[in-house]
Design a protein around this ligand. Structure first.
Ligand code: GLU
Length: 469
């Protein structure tokens, strides 16, 4: 039997990191089993779907390493409406489903407002199909539905506690539960690996598989992803869009490594491992069923490590979208013609060890490319103390006279200037740094000033001095 798994997102919003995690788990599982990964876009909710969300899913998957040539599909659920309706009809004709004209209010009135599910009122009324009549599945009164789940063992659901659920609405349109099952059947899916949120649907869906006469798939419900307050990640409250992380400058390699650690870990005391190790060692059965904490701080730290591990040429390359502003990434504060690749290359090694996400490259290097520094006013106030004007005067005079414009000489020069005024280098540096870069923190000052060059540095120091007058 060839293993066939699927990832079945609904294109109703930005692509969620939890979805990316499930996609990767499906993809690795298929690869390990010599199977096939199917991509199905569940686009039946016409009111909430947008084509751009579908494109977003495809490009996000591609970015994370699930390239368009490595899977079957995408199939679109909406193209299978005929199959969904045919299945609903078969269930009706075989007596496994019946029509119901109860309103929710009527059921509530009968059950004394204690609505806990449908009360089966229409089960034996023999209503024919008709406008406004929903089709309900006749769940067995006895027995239990045992779900075989690679992560959760065998969750068992008493059939008598499963209500006669709706499979097609009053307008005849099949609901998600049925469409999803029919598509999995049509596409020959053998393993359904999906988020825990769907576990309550599973016994109902398995009953549908049974009623339609097809052996159900093996299930694996991967843990829900939560924030630091143990709340399920929500797009309203939390940063959940994979694209947002991409645009902030997370590396796909770091992101997918981190996502695979949600509920699982490789052997040994390691977390940051090559992708090949994950592909090799990941076991669905080892995934911890408890909620998995999406720790953005840890992800940042991971990303920093991944950034530092890049060969310098690659680091320069991956920074480019932030240096030019491409696609959804905002343009930097300098004009394209102001950018100097040689100057960037000169400071890139200094920046590489200091940033955790690639977008941080911009505030670290903008002083090199903008005509005059972008002064952070709070930094200015903090750095410019009594005596700063005099210190700048001395620094300007000393810098004008240096025999060679290199970091070492500049550092020794400012050290002497500071010492003459009883200031340690750190204190003497602060006004110079803010005058030249606009900030109190950044790349090592003297290397920065060396790359910026004598003329521009002195112009900035003089401008700052004027401002202090
Ligand atoms: N379309 C469903 C969702 O995005 C997935 C259903 C499934 O994986 O079975 O939640």
């Amino acid at each position: 039997m060839t293993v066939r798994v699927r990832f079945a997102p609904s294109p109703t919003g930005m692509f969620h990191v939890g979805g990316a995690r499930s996609a990767l788990q499906n993809w690795i599982y298929a690869k390990q089993q010599g199977g096939v990964f199917v991509l199905r876009i569940e686009d039946t909710d016409a009111a909430r779907n947008k084509p751009e969300w579908t494109e977003g899913i495809l490009s996000a998957l591609d970015w994370i390493g699930i390239s368009r040539d490595s899977y079957e599909g995408p199939y679109f659920q909406s193209s299978y409406a005929g199959e969904h309706r045919a299945a609903a009809r078969r269930l009706y004709e075989s007596g496994r489903a019946y029509y119901c004209d109860c309103t929710r209010e009527a059921v509530q009135a009968r059950t004394g407002n204690q609505y806990t599910g449908y009360d089966g009122y229409c089960r034996d009324r023999g209503l024919p199909p008709g406008e406004g009549r929903a089709l309900r599945f006749r769940t067995p009164d006895e027995g239990a539905t045992v779900v075989v789940d690679l992560i959760r063992g065998e969750p068992t659901f008493e059939n008598k506690l499963i209500e006669d659920f709706v499979i097609a609405r009053g307008d005849g349109s099949p609901v998600f539960l049925l469409a999803n099952v029919v598509d999995d059947m049509t596409m020959g899916i053998t393993h359904v690996i999906r988020a825990e949120e769907h576990l309550p649907n599973t016994p109902k869906q398995q009953l549908l598989w049974d009623a339609l006469g097809v052996k159900p798939p093996i299930w694996a419900h991967v843990p829900v992803v939560v924030n630091e307050k143990r709340q399920k990640l929500s797009k309203r409250r939390d940063k959940v869009a994979l694209e947002a992380y991409r645009d902030e400058g997370y590396l796909a390699t770091a992101m997918r490594n981190y996502l695979m650690l949600l509920g699982w870990a490789p052997s040994g005391d390691r977390e940051i491992v090559p992708w090949s190790v994950i592909e090799d060692e990941f076991r669905l059965a080892e995934v911890n069923p408890s909620p998995a904490f999406f720790d953005e701080k840890k992800l940042r730290a991971f990303n920093g490590e991944y950034i530092r591990a890049l060969p310098i040429e690659e680091f320069v390359e991956v920074c480019q979208p932030w240096l030019t502003g491409t696609g959804t990434i905002a343009p930097p504060p300098w004009q394209p013609e102001e950018f100097d690749p040689a100057a960037f290359a000169a400071v890139a090694p200094l920046a590489q060890t200091r940033i955790a996400v690639l977008s941080e490259i911009v505030p670290n290097v903008d002083f090199l490319f903008v005509a005059s520094p972008l002064i952070d006013e709070a930094a200015w106030t903090k750095a410019m103390k009594d005596g700063s004007a005099e210190l700048l005067d001395d620094a300007i005079a000393a810098f004008e006279a240096v025999p060679s414009w290199d970091a070492e000489t500049l550092k020794a020069t400012l050290e002497t200037v500071g010492a003459a005024r009883g200031l340690k280098l750190g204190k003497a540096q602060a006004p110079v740094r803010v005058a030249v870069t606009g900030r109190t923190v950044g790349l090592p000052l003297f290397e920065s000033v060396e790359v910026l060059g004598a003329e521009r540095t002195l112009t900035r120091l003089r401008a700052a001095r004027v401002r202090l007058t």
